[in-house]
Design a protein around this ligand. Structure first.
Ligand code: PMP
Length: 354
């Protein structure tokens, strides 16, 4: 038995639910009525509260603003046809939350606190969870340093918060992607495996340059030689090459994605050969050219499967087969959706019912 957390709850007297246009849900801009907040001080987590969503007052000297002691997670809650609400694999995000915390010299949050704080927020704001197919409630847990101190040192105080946003389908368009061979997201010994805010800040400039050239997304390569594929934008890069599912091994420089793990688990169960290994730019470009690359996508919580339409490298660009004719990613997407919307048996125990 896990202990139930003591969470102080202050409900809003002014719900925005009735005024919210659920036909128009731009990603990450519409917030539910409440948010979760907790403080870390004197070596422990305290003041666990759910309060009305709103601005917070912080000192201009908080060290997260100056030195980047800040990280986050992203996961989703889904409404089933019978009205049940589930959160998809929150234990995985809880574990990764603490990996990020450790890399940034920030305090761990007990996994049960992570899961229960999110479940409590989802429960209070359950009427905000859209029922349309493909829609969900995006959850954003995060932690940041709050010491008022301009010295470069780990903070002693932190805030943990959770926000929730009803969302429609994310970027479901077929992507024109470019293999990046100059800029770097993460290097060995760096913090690519953490969901640190800095990893996203550093990605924006190269992404903007690629967008100016007409690309939707970048494929990141290794920092040393730019010969091996790492990730695709803010998603894990996955390919079906020669009938095998191949994906870069999740090491120092790659975020160990929950969707990636889900896709690999299903592929293995279906008897697909799966290879987690170094994936060279050369073999992918060769496969795109000779037709042996039959599927390519980014796997992540936001989009689940973001299909690659064409891949470009060094001025060569190849168009892949139409995403609707791709056996693997179509099957994976259908299967994952069926499980998390409660339309297929959850044999893996992936749905955390709220
Ligand atoms: N890589 C990066 C850099 C990401 O930001 C994300 C999104 N969290 C992913 C991969 C995919 O991870 P997940 O499937 O857990 O969302």
């Amino acid at each position: 038995m896990t202990e139930t957390l003591e969470i102080k709850i202050t409900k809003t007297s002014n719900s925005r639910l009735a005024q919210t246009d659920f036909e128009n849900l731009p990603f990450g801009q519409i917030f539910t009525d409440h948010m979760f907040v907790a403080d870390y001080a004197d070596g422990e987590w305290k003041n666990l509260e759910i309060i009305p969503y709103g601005d917070i007052l912080v000192s201009p000297a908080i060290s997260s603003l100056h030195y980047g002691q800040s990280f986050f997670e992203g996961l989703k809650a889904y409404r089933h046809a019978d009205g049940k609400i589930s959160i998809f694999r929150p234990d995985k995000n809880a574990a990764r939350f603490n990996k990020s915390a450790d890399r940034l010299c920030m305090p761990a949050l007990p996994e049960e606190t992570f899961i229960q704080s999110i479940a409590a927020l989802v429960d209070i704001d359950r009427d905000w969870i859209p029922s349309k197919p493909g829609y969900s409630l995006y959850l954003r847990p995060y932690m940041f340093a709050t010491d008022r101190y301009l010295g470069v040192a780990p903070s002693k105080s932190y805030k943990y918060m959770v926000l929730a946003c009803p969302v429609g389908a994310y970027f479901s368009k077929t992507l024109r992607v470019k293999i990046e061979d100059h800029y770097t997201r993460a290097a060995e010994g760096g913090m690519g495996y953490a969901k640190s805010s800095g990893n996203y800040g550093v990605s924006m400039y190269p992404a903007r340059k690629a967008a100016e050239e007409g690309f939707d997304q970048l494929i990141w390569t290794d920092a040393k030689e730019h010969k091996y594929i790492e990730e695709m934008g803010a998603a894990n890069a996955m390919f079906v090459l020669d009938g095998k599912l191949i994906t870069p091994i999740a090491g120092d420089t790659i975020l160990d994605g929950v969707t990636r793990n889900t896709v690999i688990t299903l592929a293995k169960e279906w008897g697909y050969p799966v290879e987690e290994r170094k994936v060279s730019v050369e073999e992918i470009m060769e496969g795109a050219k000779n037709g042996k690359l039959t599927d390519a996508f980014g796997a992540g919580t936001a989009a689940t499967i973001a299909s690659v339409g064409s891949i470009s490298h060094n001025g060569e660009e190849y168009t892949l087969i139409d995403p609707k004719d791709r056996e693997f990613s179509q099957r994976v997407l259908k299967t994952i959706d069926a499980i998390r919307y409660g339309n297929a048996p959850d044999t893996h125990g992936w749905n955390y019912i709220v």
